[in-house]
Design a protein. Structure first.
Lengths: 316, 426
């Protein structure tokens, strides 16, 4: 594995391997000096053509805790505004000598395409509706560690609720959850279900009420408000009536069931309940785990491969 | 008096027979068909078929407006290398071919290049904006017979009906790019399993079929001639088959790439495989082939659509649709579909010449006294396509690296040898 472009690039063994390394990283992150020299001398560029808070900061935090040098490219303040092409931008960054590029782009497929233009390791931090593999990994980490089933989600059911069609998170998560053995249920307005969803190996249910009391994990997707303009659902109230997590519905979640969300949350849309009032909410835990898992991904792709280096302390 | 030419040893393909014969050309006309003919210049036709030159109903030459992608000269050269002696120039130029000046310019640039006849089409609506009809009669005086807004379909049914009423009056053909725009907003590729897992906006088959269905109804009401451009779905073929059985004056074309390539090729997000209409599924390809076999499909047309390199070096959703086609058409058709030499000549020359109304000069029998617009080609040479060795100014062929069977050897345009042994002579 040279790059991480899609969840489909990873075998189950590789997924489990990354999650195991993430356990090491979690331990490092509990130290008083949470830093190791594992990637000292490596340069990692975070190349974000689309806005992001948590993913970019999560990657940059992960890189710094492994002692890599980080440079940040933000499309909004770049020469893209002077008409520079994507290819020229990537080749320019590459010529500066970066070891890895962590890329986010609004167009599906860009991380794969740019591997032609750079020798750097390419890590997909979200492309269009296509894939967000590190989100899938951190969510798999969250669920497996929650249920204490290290290598498997066998016997567990996870419902993903919301805009499946336009969600890169759904595409990565469904793939990884299923291959770890989970039963995945999707709930979405008909216009927000991808065509051929039946070929994805998931169960389709109509409303959140059909699943809320049954599943081990309830994964709420962000509902983009601008989609309401195109009559995908007639009104926000109609969306909420069928798909939102309300306090009443949250109260019907099974004991031990958890609530997840990739962020950013649209309060009052997919979550009407305040997540701090839901005992099973792991939404902030996902963010913490995100750093562990991204450290594991960077280490796996760029490190020496020897986890002994993780035992050493870092320099401040 | 120009140099006389004899092509020796080729199999002459005519609608009524295929026969081994030499063909002698003197002063732009076929002077003799038979044995032991002598001429100033002798060409080897052994192992080849000799037919009327190919006629492409669907060529984007990009001039005026996008000369960095193709010019009329470079496109004409690609056409000649593909065995074409006439190409219909699509009107989505800048300015669009909705006026006499632009139509004349395109025709004259074609004459200046002198590699094939460039036949300008006209727009159905001003600027191809779908709002206002073009004054057709003025363009008919300029010799335009085929009108299309290719690149987009005419969305407004009332406007299309009125275009067809005028088409009936003037005896011209309206050629539709069938696509209901509201169903293809942002569409990137065929709306199927592959598209859904790749997370890109889908291009549903019904977007094409809805407009085919509407236009068949409008032809029934108006009695005007209509040509369907680049059909890509099984449903479209069925609709056209039924309409033809009714006796409606409808013709239809498919492209070589829709016969050979599937949507699965987009998996690598390579914009070279992005095209409008999109590559479809194996079932659609089977239906298109059946349409060829039973005559529902009249013509194979390239939809040759050059794009400058940098425009295809974009994310899949941002890159423009379109593929090169002129130099590979024969090989792709012959490789992808089981067709006889007469079917090839019919699909690529005789039928498109009739549809484009150039059959006083092209798509004629190979017989004494006929104009010498001739292609000499085989169906056996296996060659590997290289985007670096095509003569188009652009490189966006989806067939790069593929082996094709069948190649054009010589092309004679107006009695002049323009391609010899697969090389353009000017």
């Amino acid at each position: 594995m040279k790059h991480l472009l899609s969840s489909h690039d990873l075998s189950v063994d590789e997924i489990v391997g990354i999650l195991d390394v993430a356990d090491h990283m979690a331990e490092i992150n509990t130290r008083s000096l949470p830093k190791v020299p594992a990637l000292r001398g490596k340069t990692i560029a975070s190349v974000f053509f689309e806005d992001s808070t948590r993913t970019r900061l999560s990657f940059e935090t992960a890189a710094k805790r492994l002692s890599a040098d980080v440079m940040t490219f933000m499309a909004s303040s770049s020469s893209l505004n002077k008409g520079e092409s994507l290819r020229d931008t990537i080749e320019t960054l590459s010529a500066m000598g970066v070891d890895a590029m962590v890329i986010r782009h609004k167009s599906s497929g860009v991380p794969l395409t740019m591997t032609q233009w750079t020798d750097a390791v390419v890590i997909n931090a979200g492309d269009g509706w296509h894939q967000h593999p590190t989100q899938g990994l951190l969510d798999a980490y969250t669920v497996t560690r929650e249920f204490g089933t290290k290598d498997s989600l066998s016997g567990r059911s996870i419902a993903i609720v919301g805009d499946i069609k336009h969600s890169r998170v759904a595409r990565s998560n469904i793939d990884i959850f299923r291959r770890l053995g989970a039963h995945v249920v999707v709930v979405a307005p008909p216009a927000l279900l991808p065509k051929n969803i039946e070929s994805w190996g998931v169960e389709v249910r109509n409303t959140i009420d059909d699943v809320v009391g049954e599943v081990d994990a309830l994964y709420m997707l962000r509902m983009q408000l601008e989609r309401m303009d195109s009559s995908i659902v007639p009104k926000l109230t109609e969306y909420c009536a069928l798909y939102s997590l309300t306090p009443e519905r949250a109260a019907r979640m099974g004991s031990g069931a958890i609530l997840m969300h990739p962020g950013p949350i649209n309060r009052g849309v997919e979550l009407i309940v305040d997540p701090t009032d839901v005992p099973g909410s792991r939404i902030l835990k996902q963010v913490t785990n995100g750093v562990n898992v991204r450290m594991a991904v960077l280490f796996t792709l760029l490190g020496s491969g020897a986890t002994t280096v993780l035992q050493q302390g870092g320099e401040s | 008096m120009s140099e006389s030419i004899v092509i020796r040893g080729a199999t002459v393909v005519n609608p009524d027979a295929i026969t081994l014969a030499d063909v002698l050309i003197i002063d732009g006309v076929i002077a003799a068909v038979g044995g032991s003919l002598q001429a100033d210049l002798e060409l080897d036709g052994t192992g080849c078929y000799l037919s009327s030159g190919f006629v492409d109903l669907h060529t984007h030459l990009r001039e005026p407006g996008k000369e960095e992608a193709e010019t009329i000269e470079s496109g004409s050269r690609a056409a000649a290398l593909g065995g074409y002696t006439a190409v219909v120039a699509m009107p989505n130029t800048d300015p669009a071919q909705d006026n006499v000046e632009t139509v004349r310019f395109v025709r004259e640039q074609g004459i200046a290049a002198g590699l094939c006849e460039v036949v300008p089409s006209g727009c159905i609506t001003i600027g191809r904006l779908g709002k206002q009809l073009v004054p057709y009669a003025r363009l008919v005086e300029e010799g335009v017979t085929l009108f299309t807004d290719d690149g987009t379909g005419v969305q407004d049914a009332q406007l299309m009906q009125r275009a067809l009423m005028l088409g009936k009056l003037l005896g011209i053909t309206m050629a539709q790019h069938c696509e209901v725009a509201s169903l293809t907003t942002g569409a990137v590729m065929h709306d199927g399993e592959c598209c859904s897992s790749m997370g890109v906006p889908g291009w549903p088959s019904i977007a094409e079929e809805q407009m085919v269905r509407r236009d068949i109804d409008l032809v029934r009401v108006t009695g005007a001639k209509m040509h369907f451009l680049h059909l890509s779905t099984a449903g479209s073929v069925d609709l056209v088959r039924a309409a033809k059985a009714e006796g409606l004056p409808i013709t239809a074309e498919v492209t070589p790439h829709h016969l050979a390539l599937q949507d699965e090729l987009l998996r690598g997000f390579d914009p070279v495989f992005k095209v409008n209409p999109p590559l479809r599924t194996a079932a659609d390809i089977d239906a298109l082939k059946l349409g060829i076999a039973d005559g529902t499909i009249d013509a194979v047309a390239t939809d040759h659509a050059p794009h400058a390199g940098h425009t295809k070096e974009q994310p899949l959703d941002a890159a423009p649709p379109g593929m090169l086609g002129l130099e590979t058409a024969l090989g792709v058709l012959n490789t992808a579909v089981t067709v006889s030499p007469q079917q090839i000549a019919s699909l690529m020359s005789w039928a498109p010449a009739r549809i484009a109304e150039v059959s006083q000069r092209h798509g004629r029998p190979i017989a004494v006294g006929e104009p010498a617009n001739i292609a000499v080609w085989d169906t056996s040479t296996v060659w590997t396509v290289s985007r670096d060795h095509l003569s188009s100014k652009s490189r966006n062929t989806p067939f790069h690296g593929m082996d094709l069977r069948g190649r054009v050897r010589h092309t004679i345009f107006n009695g002049e040898l323009v391609v010899r042994d697969g090389k353009a002579l000017k």
